[in-house]
Write a protein that binds this ligand. Structure first.
Ligand code: EPU
Length: 420
């Protein structure tokens, strides 16, 4: 667990790592070719390690010649069946299904199932595969997706602009016969990042980043080298750490062009924000003001920053109303913030934060990676010691969160449970 001692405003500069949610589908994309795919700026976090293990199990040669670099070659697959444990612990592992189906005409995986932030079904992915001619029994577990005669491009309407769903269908469509049009596609930057890699591999994709993506199938893809984009959610987390602590932090490499929604809210809440190409500086010297916000698909405010921003609003003057509109159960962290003295209540997908409240230390849990970030942020300003348990969730998604925060002057350390 982490031990966080509240107090000092954060100051200095910190460099963000490669984006978790861009790295994971990029790793899965290596399955689309028998040639080498070299990925740089891959964050060393548990989620990328778990997916490496899954790719290795499938028969992909995975090597890591230096920190942050992954070399993947899928030239001798043993199986297209994913082991249950590796999909159950990392939902993004389901991103291998699209490429496996596209290249080998079959894939099998357990249903990833719900998790603490919501039900998270995969029906949109499966409906998309069916629109491309695949057969699948939606109620089977493990799910088996097959296209014995190969995939045939077609029009694919997504019931909701699912991020991984868009990525999975886009990857499958790369090797389908003919043209695929994905309607109501996700527009997240990580989808554009994946399209860039696929294009380098020889895919024909237009419109990634818009709600309509067109893919013209090609017979084969080849190897490529690609740099993973910097993590916009990690960037936002450090920006929020600066705001809650009343500090002055330069977030190097932050993709400011993808953070408009957060930066607008930070300014409205009273922080000073300077955005430039490849970085943002956030400082705050006056009291925070309440703001209302909704978590939405991109370019709306990311659901992954909903809990961390709410933690900051516990210190803002006035009442903030927060509406989570992406996941059906992403308010559980509210109970953890309350343990630290926050005045925050939730009903369904809405929460109401009243502030400012002086927070005190306590013992809380990281319920998921972003809920964990929220309680760490609260701990930075709570009086006394905050113990954050279950930080394996944070280790899944943030690279060296503790040492990066320490470099900004935060008092945070990893301790063994039972040693408090
Ligand atoms: N949904 C369905 N059916 C589907 C797929 C999704 O109903 O087949 C629903 C989900 O239940 C949810 C909504 O659609 O209510 C959005 O889910 P989406 O599929 O867009 O999420 P995801 O692709 O599974 C990615 C990120 C998440 C991030 C969301 C939203 C990765 C590996 N994960 O998940 O990241 O919150 O997009 O932006 O890219 C995190 O990093 O902490 C994290 C949870």
């Amino acid at each position: 667990m982490y031990r966080v001692v509240g107090g000092p405003p954060l100051a200095g500069s910190v460099r963000v790592s490669g984006a978790k949610n861009a790295a994971l589908p990029a790793m899965a994309a290596a399955l689309l070719t028998d040639e080498e795919v070299v990925l740089r700026n891959v964050p060393e976090i548990d989620d990328t390690r778990t997916l490496s293990r899954l790719l290795d199990y499938l028969g992909v040669k995975v090597s890591r010649p230096e920190a942050g670099v992954l070399v993947l070659r899928a030239d001798g697959l043993h199986t297209t069946t994913c082991p249950t444990d590796l999909v159950a612990t990392n939902r993004a592992s389901f991103a291998v299904v699209g490429p496996l189906l596209g290249r080998f005409q079959e894939a099998s995986s357990t249903t990833p199932g719900g998790d603490v932030i919501g039900q998270r079904p995969v029906d949109i992915h499966l409906t998309g595969f069916v629109s491309l001619g695949a057969e699948v029994d939606f109620s089977a577990d493990p799910l088996v997706v097959r296209a014995p005669n190969g995939l045939q491009g077609g029009r694919v309407f997504l019931d909701y602009p699912s991020v991984l769903g868009t990525q999975n269908i886009m990857m499958a469509a790369c090797l389908a016969r003919g043209e695929t049009v994905i309607v109501n596609a996700g527009t997240e930057p990580e989808i554009q990042g994946l399209a860039q890699l696929l294009t380098l591999m020889g895919a024909k994709i237009r419109g990634a980043g818009t709600q309509t993506i067109e893919v013209t199938g090609v017979p084969r893809l080849h190897g490529a080298q690609h740099r993973i984009m910097p993590d916009r959610i990690e960037s936002g987390t450090f920006a929020l750490a600066a705001a809650i602590s009343g500090g002055d932090v330069d977030v190097e490499d932050a993709p400011s062009q993808y953070l408009d929604s957060l930066l607008a809210k930070l300014r409205a809440a009273g922080a000073e924000v300077q955005a430039r190409d490849g970085g943002i500086r956030v400082c705050r010297s006056s009291p925070l003001r309440s703001v209302n916000f909704q978590a939405l698909p991109y370019p709306g405010l990311p659901t992954d920053l909903q809990a961390p921003l709410s933690a900051v609003l516990t210190q803002a003057e006035g009442v903030s109303i927060v509406h989570e509109r992406v996941f059906d159960n992403r308010m559980l962290y509210v109970g953890e913030l309350r343990k630290l003295g926050a005045e925050i209540v939730s009903a369904g997908s809405v929460s109401i934060v009243s502030g400012p409240r002086r927070l005190h230390g306590g013992r809380v849990r990281a319920l998921d990676v972003r809920a964990g970030a929220a309680v760490v942020l609260a701990g930075l300003v709570a009086e006394g010691e905050t113990f954050v348990e279950d930080i394996y969730h944070l280790d899944r998604g943030y690279e060296n969160l503790d040492t990066k925060l320490q470099s900004l002057g935060a008092r945070i350390e990893r301790v063994q449970p039972g040693k408090d």
